[in-house]
Design a protein around this ligand. Structure first.
Ligand code: IVH
Length: 679
């Protein structure tokens, strides 16, 4: 960054920062896979703010500085909080906690308060309203005044009673929705199988989950909740926090069991010290302790600033860091060719688990940190399950440590590494790169894709190394003799593999789409695309605008889909898959292709223009049912062009090439004559 600051104009720096922040926002919010820590993100944002302060002419409406981070998302109904959801001031050491205690005593004119101390659960705050004992609304914090109505999603939390016994006429309770580590690990195992980046921390994952539009998916993920306050109720329920916790428990609401009343600040400090180490025994994340004045009357006297109440403070645990030796830096090649540097380290215990590898994200990051094999490095886990290499210790650098050279070539196939125009990545563009081929095949065979039993990394490795398989279509041409020649392959396992491959031919389109590894298309997105378009032909022909009309499909996914279908080689691959006997449609997983007459066999149709009587997909379906082949572009091989109104260049081309043209009525008549009444 330093060089850039001095060499580039403010406008260039502004544009670059905006793009960089935009990219990290996308990674954080849409992909739930941030590459940088919150602190690093804040630093970027601060740099942008400073730059804009110096150059106000650069501020535009789309600048990230003009957007409020936690504003309600717009996807859910807005809920106005009757009692604002304030935040809490933070402290980081004993001195700051004692200073808080002093302020409180002063505010209470010398009276010594008792404190109630709880774990600070690292999740998402939530406000719940119960009326006549029934859960009627759940809202996120949003900007503190207005949040999102996420009632349906919160109702899927198993531990939360939707109906309470003995509750007052109405009350508003608050707490934290969070995700346990075992649940996060399960989700990450699934993501790994899908070839997706793992979620980095339970908090972001819980937040993302709560804002999903699909409540079934929310239920499947398994969120937890703990309540820690009653902010309003139709009748007084307690005089102090200990009493509030008692009442919550009495209503059957889940509360965290580790809260404790402390007689004074010494007791508070002892408890904070105890939990700093004990927190790693828990199966959920805590990032500190919350210290609350116990008596409600004293809270009233202390009041609040606009930001936070004066009777409460958070004590944040220091991030766990540890030093270890960087043994080497390896370079991984992903299935889409991205080259990623990875730190290989002397194994070390950090925040409850052994760490020996950590991604270094990209070569720019690596260069900025100037990490060299042999360095003593500082590794941190800060609210994240994934460790970060923070820095090297300059005084400890071995005399012979040499800087890491950015690879000019792919470590696997040796072809030139290219800088990604969109960002900071290096990429191997060789689609025949064995590492990429293996990555793509593993993904194709994975459980959520084509689910080819027995085809794991070891087998893929052998098939590729022996030149038996280059792309997924080759799998379906494997013969028993070839398989028997592989290591650890007996008669029985070869037969099993062939049976698994045969079964995979009947997987629905959504699985194939996912298995193809189209950029940004996860398994759920693949389902949405396949449900809507039903045939591969229809999807391949869908223009960008019609793709983004679908719920949950944004510009980025749509562009990924179009990009894939705009590549000639991909069409060739799909053709080979079709020839190998794979079904390329969605509906009716068990149904076999209809065995009726095939009068259109050998004919190719292109459908264009605006149709009145049926959708383009329906016409494509009909053509296929009659044995014809719907294609997207007109060539000499086209048998008929079916032209609706406003048919443009395709009609012209058909005329030039002498291809027969039918209007809609003409097509219907042809289909009817061919022995089929109607769609
Ligand atoms: S009491 C005025 N108690 O921490 C806010 N908050 O950093 C009163 N949090 O927004 C909140 N554990 O989401 C409270 N035991 C606990 C908590 C807790 C986690 C969260 C809460 C709050 C955030 C502030």
């Amino acid at each position: 960054m330093q060089d850039e600051k001095s060499n580039s104009t403010p406008a260039e720096r502004h544009a670059r920062l905006k793009a960089e922040i935009g990219r990290h926002n996308l990674l954080y919010y849409q992909k739930a896979a941030p590459e940088i820590t919150d602190l690093e993100f804040d630093a970027l944002l601060r740099e942008l703010q400073e730059l804009e302060a110096e150059h106000p002419e650069l501020v535009t409406a789309d600048s990230p500085t003009q957007q409020v981070g936690g504003a309600p998302s717009g996807k859910f109904a807005a809920v106005a909080h009757t009692v604002p959801m304030l935040s809490i001031d933070n402290t980081y050491n004993e001195g700051e906690l004692r200073a808080f205690d002093q302020r409180v005593r002063k505010g209470l004119e010398g009276a010594a308060p008792e404190y109630f101390v709880e774990l600070k659960l690292d999740g998402v705050s939530i406000s719940l309203r119960y009326e006549e004992g029934e859960l009627v609304r759940a809202a996120t914090r949003g900007d503190g005044k207005t949040g999102d109505d996420v009632t349906e999603n919160v109702k899927t939390i198993q531990a939360l009673p939707k109906r309470l016994q003995g509750a007052p006429a109405w009350m508003e309770v608050r707490g934290e929705v969070y995700m346990t580590f075992p649940v996060l690990e399960r989700l990450n195992r699934e993501r790994e199988e899908e070839g997706l980046e793992p979620y980095r921390n339970p908090r972001n994952t819980a937040a993302g989950t709560l804002k999903l539009l699909d409540s079934r998916e929310v239920a499947r993920r398994g969120l937890e909740i703990a309540l820690y306050d009653i902010v309003e109720s139709s009748e007084p329920l307690a005089a102090d926090h200990a009493g509030i916790m008692e009442r919550l428990r009495g209503f059957g609401l889940p509360v965290n069991p580790h809260g404790k009343l402390c007689a004074d600040m010494d007791a508070v400090l002892a408890m904070c010290g105890e939990w700093r180490a004990r927190r790693f025994d828990l199966d959920y994340a805590t990032d500190g302790m919350v210290v609350k004045v116990n008596r409600l009357r004293q809270r009233e006297i202390l009041g609040a600033t606009t930001k936070a109440p004066r009777w409460i403070i958070a004590y944040k645990f220091p991030a766990e860091t540890v030093r270890t030796r960087l043994l080497s830096i390896s370079v991984q090649v992903g299935k889409s060719g991205a080259l990623t540097p990875v730190a290989e380290m002397e194994p070390v215990l950090l925040a409850g688990s052994v760490v020996k590898r950590a991604t270094l994200h990209n070569f720019e990051d690596l260069a900025a940190k100037d990490l060299r094999p042999g360095d003593l490095v500082e590794v941190q886990k800060a609210g994240e399950v994934i460790p970060q290499v923070l820095r090297h210790i300059p005084e400890e650098r071995p005399a012979n440590a040499v800087p890491f050279a950015v690879p000019a070539h792919c470590p696997d196939c040796g072809s030139t590494a290219h800088r990604d125009p969109e960002g900071v990545y290096l990429r191997c563009l060789n689609l025949s790169c064995p590492a990429q081929i293996k990555g793509r095949l593993e993904h194709f065979a994975s459980r959520k894709a084509m689910d080819i039993d027995g085809l794991g990394p070891a087998l893929v490795e052998q098939l590729v190394e022996r030149g038996l398989v280059r792309d997924p279509s080759d799998l379906f041409r494997l013969e028993k003799g070839q398989i028997l020649g592989l290591e650890r392959m007996g008669e029985k396992s070869a037969e099993n593999l062939l049976a698994a491959l045969a079964a995979a031919k009947n997987r629905p389109l959504s699985r194939l789409l996912f298995g193809l590894g189209i950029r940004h298309v996860g398994s759920r997105t693949a389902e949405i695309l396949a449900e809507r378009h039903n045939t591969l032909e229809a999807l391949a022909a869908a223009p960008l605008e019609s793709l983004t009309e679908l719920r949950d499909i944004g510009d980025i996914v749509a562009a990924g889909v179009r990009e894939f279908f705009d590549v000639e080689e991909n069409h060739a691959l799909l053709k080979r898959l079709e020839d190998a006997g794979l079904r390329l449609w969605e509906r009716g997983e068990d149904e076999v292709p209809d065995a009726g007459p095939k009068p259109f066999a050998g004919m190719t149709f292109v459908v264009t223009g605006t149709l009145d009587r049926a959708t383009r997909d329906e016409v494509h379906e009909r053509i296929k049912r009659l044995g014809g082949h719907p294609a997207t572009s007109v060539s000499k091989k086209t048998t008929y062009l079916v032209a609706g109104s406003d048919a443009g260049s395709k009609l012209e081309k058909a005329r030039t090439l002498g291809v027969a043209v039918l209007d809609e009525a003409g097509f219907e008549a042809l289909a009817a004559r061919a022995g089929e009444g109607g769609a």
